[in-house]
Design a protein around this ligand. Structure first.
Ligand code: CS2
Length: 522
């Protein structure tokens, strides 16, 4: 029988050829394991958090110690708690490039489930020793309107405002509940650190918390507006969902069973607005970059990594491809996305002074080619209604305002609309993962793959601002690209291999290239 990973098994690990592998230094004193020094609460302990922030905190404690272990809180599901509890919070991180490097991460001291352990969660959030609350709750977790403010009509927000004594449903509700208790007890607020791919994530989070607090008590909102520190951040590391192949690899290489190891690429970046108070984890010793202008990094990453990622995902799924590596290995698809990047994305923003944007983008395409991480396109395709307004629509708006081409960006949106048709046709076997599925699927079902579909989308799909809805240029380019992609979508919907697809994509790229070279917007 293979032993299960735990503090006990880790302490006795002697793994041949892996001399650096073993129990983290900061767990070697009995004090840390018997009474963990918890300084951070994290909301949303998914794979990304465990590959990224928990690893940074692990590295910081390896270097400099400190009472910075993490109480991870799942807002809804018990699965992470169930996997990590028998392992004393320990899990394996596999960094996968040509070789795989393993490490044992021990920064998570406990995992709580908010729906069933509300009192413990509140106790952690209100403890004076909790000075940071980090979060990876994905775009939808912030309950924002398309314009970026808190959506007071969101069912979870409505619930949390109406039933103040009940267990909150939203992350915003949880944070304000805890902050109110700290306010009443005269305990300073914790620092909140959003680690999600939102433009101006820190500003949006603080604004949402203030908006919620104003509904409860103006004095609380006032206190938060003065005291709450909410840095913006940029986070980056490609971290696909865990699969059985990874569990097997860990068992085979390390000789124990880990219910939930994490894999990611080697590249890892965390840029934080330079406003964090001390004491704080020695994150800079772990590689965190502090800067006054995170917005510029965030924009570069959303536009040069996430926008091409989503485009590869929707077009790739329509072409019947499975992983990001498959999509960038498709010659015509890669050429199209590269042209979109060089001709429509790179000119759309001013990169931070310390970043060579062309090189950064070239490195990103290289990262997409990593065959070891197996990042599923279907996973990136989730939650398009939340992601596209952060990743692609702002570039379209900027290009329209400056008179630059939006052809290929419009193609990216058109590919999402066809993808929604595909998912609508596949129901219920492959359902659409999107918080707006209930409003998007009926539109998709009413579509017939014709130009008139675009009118339906522009009229009823809530992600488009009035400005975009009323832009004749946007409508013309979106309609054109929607029609051009229709044969590929028709083949995907009927389950056929789209035979002329490569030629079709090559023609789109060629025409777009000629159009961009002509310098004409129309
Ligand atoms: C991806 C991101 O799933 C997605 O939508 O684009 O999760 C991406 O892998 C990360 O932002 C990389 O840092």
């Amino acid at each position: 029988m293979m032993p299960r990973l735990s503090l006990q098994t880790a302490a006795s690990l002697a793994i041949a050829n892996k001399p650096d592998f073993g129990l983290p230094r900061y767990l070697q004193s009995p004090a840390q394991t018997q009474q963990p020094g918890i300084g951070i609460v994290h909301l949303g302990p998914g794979a990304f958090f465990r590959g990224h922030q928990a690893w940074y905190t692990h590295r910081a404690m390896q270097q400099a110690g400190g009472n910075w272990r993490i109480c991870a809180v799942s807002l809804r599901t018990p699965d992470v708690a169930e996997a990590l509890e028998p392992q004393n919070g320990l899990y394996t991180l596999a960094v996968m490039e040509q070789h795989t490097e393993f490490s044992l991460i021990g920064s998570i001291a406990e995992v709580l489930v908010a729906t069933t352990q509300a009192e413990q969660v509140l106790a952690r959030l209100t403890a004076a020793s909790t000075s940071f609350v980090t979060m990876t709750i994905t775009e939808k977790g912030y309950c924002l309107t398309p314009a970026g403010g808190l959506d007071l009509q969101h069912p979870d927000i409505q619930h949390d405002l109406k039933h103040r004594a009940a267990t909150p449903k939203s992350a915003i509700g949880w944070l304000v509940k805890a902050l109110k208790l700290r306010f009443d007890a005269n305990v300073p607020p914790f620092v909140v650190i959003s680690c999600d791919n939102l433009t101006d994530n820190g500003k949006k989070l603080k604004a949402a918390l203030l908006q919620f607090a104003e509904q409860l008590e103006p004095a609380l909102a006032n206190w938060l507006s003065q005291q709450l520190i909410s840095p913006s951040t940029m986070v980056d590391s490609i971290t696909p969902a865990t699969d059985d192949a990874l569990r097997e690899l860990v068992a085979q290489e390390l000789g124990y069973s880990d219910a939930w190891p994490i894999k990611r690429e080697q590249f890892c970046q965390w840029v934080i607005e330079d406003v964090l108070p001390s004491p704080r984890p020695a994150w800079e010793q772990a590689g965190v970059i502090y800067t006054s202008d995170v917005g510029a990094f965030e924009k570069a990453k959303l536009r040069l990594l996430n926008a091409p990622h989503s485009t590869l995902a929707y077009l790739g799924v329509l072409l019947g491809l499975e992983t990001v590596e498959d999509a960038v290995s498709h010659v015509e698809l890669q050429a199209l996305v590269r042209l979109m990047t060089s001709a429509e994305i790179l000119p759309s923003f001013i990169p931070p002074a310390e970043l060579n944007a062309e090189q950064y983008s070239a490195d990103i395409f290289r990262r997409f080619q990593n065959p070891s991480v197996r990042h599923l396109l279907a996973q990136i395709a989730w939650d398009g209604s939340q992601k596209l307004p952060m990743r692609i629509l702002p570039i379209i708006s900027d290009n329209l305002a400056a008179g630059r081409s939006i052809k290929l960006l419009a193609l990216a949106i058109a590919s999402w609309l066809h993808f929604l048709r595909l998912r609508a046709s596949q129901q219920p076997s492959i359902s659409l993962v999107d918080p707006l599925a209930a409003s998007l699927l009926p539109i998709a079902e009413a579509c017939q793959g014709r130009a008139a579909d675009v009118d339906l989308w522009l009229a009823d799909c809530p992600i488009f601002s009035d400005k975009l809805r009323n832009s004749a240029q946007f409508k013309a380019d979106l309609t054109d690209m929607y029609q051009k992609l229709a044969p590929i979508a028709a083949a995907a919907i009927t389950g056929k291999t789209p035979d002329a697809a490569a030629q079709l994509l090559a023609d789109i790229t060629k025409n777009a290239s000629a159009h961009i070279a002509s310098g004409e917007l129309k």
